[in-house]
Design a protein around this ligand. Structure first.
Ligand SMILES: Cc1cc2nc3c(=O)[nH]c(=O)nc-3n(C[C@H](O)[C@H](O)[C@H](O)COP(=O)(O)O)c2cc1C
Length: 464
């Protein structure tokens, strides 16, 4: 994340923690070069658009810990990284509250042009009350309603990316003075519960049109949304067994949306503590633990009730009535079966369950267990920047390459072609593909759109 303390709170205080200089673009450009040299598939930036926890309380712990405040916008940063790299994928996170889909679709098309087709979008619904209040809402929207919102949000974006411009619209015909052919550029006349968007999309089609689509939800609603929309899902399952359960459920659901199970790849978040010997790895773990901030982990995993009050860490998960972190709560409840799981266990899910400590060979063995559970890739969560990634690249990747578990060269083409081996565009089974050519023969006005739609468009949320 474009901040000092993203996941492993307290580590920013180490002398080798470069993430404190996240305002310096060279911190990220240098890291992007390191990752690209090591042939990482992509550089993924998480993001939130507000403070965690109780937005009526003080936020001292977040400010003290550098816990995702201050933070900068990762989507803007990707512009700098796109011109500084050639092959590595660049994934940003943006939630449905913070950006109108018309503007966001244009930003993403612009980045996909700049990067020559290497952009990905981690679709999130937003998880903080304060973030909702920053955009005029009283508090975090109900969990199920956030996913309904996300369904409409992505549909507007899909219509713009896939349906507004026909493939041959761009002419650049200097002789006849036709830069682009208006007959092949279409308004979308979208009207739904939350958005009314006329179109057309302003950018011409970028190499991927729709960015590679990531998602990280894990509750029932999150899995259904992923099954319909995601090409790749970030998970932080507490164990390979739970990952296998989550993966098979989401793959099964993908089939119900007319997609193939393998249309979705799964990336498990893991952190590594690497030693040339087991003893050295354990010594390093003891050193890292000196910097662990329990307050930071608890503050990051703060679960709030529906009035915005933070639950005490000893609250039973069974007693939660919350609109946030449902997926994490479900995973912890499946993992802890010998006692009542509590909110503090969610904090330890992030602090400990995702930690792999050992020699490069032992780490590769562990990664193979996640692969056997159906995981397609690993989301390497850092302790420090750039050290965590430099070490992984120097020590673990060579072992993974020997075992055929990591690439030695980038495949050709866009990020989607590199990851899936198909063409640059979404495959025809994805719902967005249904908008290709959908506006070629009209409608040509709102009246016609409504007639064509034959729908009594609900104006709730549109008239305001
Ligand atoms: C690896 C990972 C990365 C995530 N990154 C973000 C993020 O950057 N921003 C965000 O608002 N939520 C992020 N989330 C939270 C998810 O979007 C989602 O809210 C959470 O997994 C709970 O699942 P649910 O929405 O199905 O309840 C992330 C989750 C995971 C597992």
């Amino acid at each position: 994340m474009n901040t000092t303390s993203h996941i492993h709170h307290g580590q920013w205080r180490r002398p080798d923690a470069g993430q404190t200089e996240f305002n310096d673009v060279n911190t990220w450009i240098d890291l992007a070069h390191t990752l690209e040299a090591a042939k990482f598939d992509a550089m993924f930036f998480a993001d939130v658009s507000g403070l965690y926890g109780d937005s009526d309380a003080d936020f001292d712990v977040y400010a003290n810990e550098g816990l995702q405040i201050p933070s900068n916008d990762p989507t803007v940063l990707l512009g700098a990284l796109a011109v500084s790299t050639k092959h590595i994928g660049l994934a940003t996170t943006s939630n449905v509250v913070q950006n109108h889909p018309y503007n966001f679709a244009r930003q993403i098309s612009t980045l996909d042009h700049i990067s020559n087709g290497r952009i990905a979008w981690n679709i999130v619904t937003g998880i903080n009350d304060n973030a909702s209040r920053n955009y005029g809402l009283p508090q975090l929207t109900d969990h199920a309603e956030r996913y309904a919102w996300a369904d409409e949000y992505v549909d507007v974006a899909y219509k713009l990316w896939e349906g507004s411009w026909d493939a041959e619209a761009l002419k650049k015909d200097k002789e006849n003075g036709v830069y682009s052919d208006a007959a092949k550029i279409h308004k979308i006349y979208h009207e739904g519960p939350r958005y009314r968007v006329e179109g057309p999309h302003l950018p011409s089609p970028s190499p991927q049109r729709t960015p590679l689509l990531f998602q990280a939800g894990s509750s029932a609603s999150g899995r259904a949304f992923a099954a319909r929309n995601a090409e790749a899902t970030f998970i932080i399952a507490p164990s390979p067994a739970i990952a296998a359960e989550l993966i098979s459920d989401t793959r099964r659901l993908a089939g119900e949306f007319g997609r193939h199970p393998e249309d979705i790849k799964f990336f498990q978040g893991l952190s590594f503590i690497i030693g040339d010997t087991e003893e050295e790895a354990k010594e390093k773990e003891a050193y890292y633990d000196q910097f662990v901030s329990v307050d930071g982990y608890l503050a990051h995993s703060a679960i709030v009730d529906k009035t915005g009050r933070v639950y005490p860490p000893e609250t039973r998960i069974a007693d939660l009535d919350t609109n946030t972190g449902k997926g994490f709560s479900e995973w912890v409840s499946k993992h802890i079966t010998d006692r009542e799981p509590v909110v503090a266990d969610i904090a330890w899910l992030q602090a400990r369950n995702t930690r792999v400590v050992g020699t490069p060979e032992q780490i590769a063995d562990e990664i193979e267990k996640w692969q056997a559970a159906g995981v397609d890739g690993i989301n390497v969560i850092n302790w420090v920047i750039p050290g965590s990634f430099e070490e992984f690249a120097d020590k673990v990747l060579p072992v993974l390459r020997e075992r055929g578990l990591a690439q030695s060269e980038y495949a050709k083409g866009t990020l989607r072609e590199k990851l899936f081996g198909d063409g640059p565009l979404l495959n025809d089974r994805h719902p967005a593909a249904g908008y290709r050519g959908a506006f070629t023969s009209g409608p040509t006005s709102w009246e016609e759109a409504e007639t064509t739609r034959g729908l009594e468009v609900q104006r709730a949320g549109v008239e305001s």
